[in-house]
Design a protein around this ligand. Structure first.
Ligand code: AVI
Length: 308
């Protein structure tokens, strides 16, 4: 195993070489990964997207009434901007800023938004949410609504999630708000099925991280040597996704290599599931002192509007 490499690949390689090998979930989202994720959101087993949508449809008017008119909407992890459409139609912001890690996907998505809302000032910012989120200087600072749907906050471990909420609090400013979707704790069988769909789209999404890494660091992962593993870890309240070597396999990259034994895993993602009170406490600790929450009849998913 080799462990000392110059940035930016150093971090990726150090994680691959760690005793518990890992790939950051941000490496899921190249163009193919973003397209696969879109397919996941439409799968029968993957309930979060449609449950969140149903909450927004049922309670959209009430949510909209609590948000200042003329706000600037900043969507984090914007992806295809589909969720922003409904929000923009109901609260009619002057400015919309789509923030995402995948540049290609983002530019395509906002083109559609611009043609549907010609008067809307639409901006794009390519950013990694692990860092401070810097917007162009002329994005209005007042009445910002940060929109973070899809329970993507669940992909951060508890401390980094709190740090991100604090960065969002700074981004929103003193008169701003956060509208955030949060997946809730439920039966193992429902959770496990959502991350092990029958069609194998989630497996393809997970394996695609290896193809992405091959391009990023010049490694030679053979996707056929790996299988998708996902399960709910109730003690830690999170779905864990891993890639497991199905044979002994040696992976090489310029300047290094690692032998993975059959059964050895690379941890690729955590997806935390919260209970409502626990998430409200997290918002409070991040500096959002008032929060309202809407949920679906089965209490599978929650949408919080958090104000400073
Ligand atoms: C983006 N994020 C909220 C998804 C989730 O459910 O944690 C990513 C995902 N991973 C597998 N399926 C979906």
């Amino acid at each position: 195993m080799s462990s000392h490499y110059p940035e930016p690949n150093g971090e990726i390689i150090a994680a691959l070489c760690a005793a518990r090998a890992a790939i950051s979930p941000k490496h899921f989202y190249d163009a193919s990964g973003s397209a696969l994720f879109e397919r996941i959101t439409r799968l029968p087993e993957y309930y979060p997207t449609r449950t969140e949508r149903s909450i927004m449809e049922t309670h959209g008017r009430e949510i909209g009434n609590r948000i200042a008119a003329g706000a600037t909407v900043i969507e984090l992890g914007a992806g295809n901007c589909e969720k922003a459409r409904t929000l923009c139609a109901s609260i009619q912001p002057k400015c919309f800023v789509a923030v995402d890690i995948s540049a290609d996907f983002l530019h395509e998505a906002v083109a559609g938004l611009r043609s549907s809302f010609p008067a809307l000032d639409v901006r794009t910012v390519v950013a990694d949410l692990n860092d401070e989120i810097i917007l162009p200087a002329d994005v209005p600072a007042e009445q910002r609504l940060v929109f973070y749907p899809g329970s993507s906050i669940g992909n951060f471990d508890p401390e980094p999630a709190l740090d991100l909420l604090r960065r969002i609090r700074r981004l929103a400013g003193d008169a701003g708000a956060l509208l955030v979707g949060v997946d809730l704790i439920k039966d193992d069988a429902i959770l496990d099925a959502a991350y092990n769909d029958a069609e194998g789209v989630t497996a393809a999404f997970n394996l695609n991280a290896l193809a992405h890494l091959n391009r990023l660091i010049g490694s030679d992962f053979d996707l056929r040597d790996w299988r998708h593993v996902a399960f709910f870890n109730r003690a830690r309240s999170r779905i864990e996704m891993h890639l497991e070597a199905v044979i002994d396999t040696r992976v090489c990259w310029p300047g290094g290599e690692r032998l993975f034994r059959r059964g050895e895993r690379i941890h690729t993602e955590n997806s935390y599931k919260y209970d409502i009170e626990e998430f409200a406490v997290l918002l409070d600790r991040a500096g959002f002192k008032q929060a309202s929450c809407w949920t679906d009849p089965r209490q599978w998913f929650a949408v919080f509007l958090a104000q400073v």
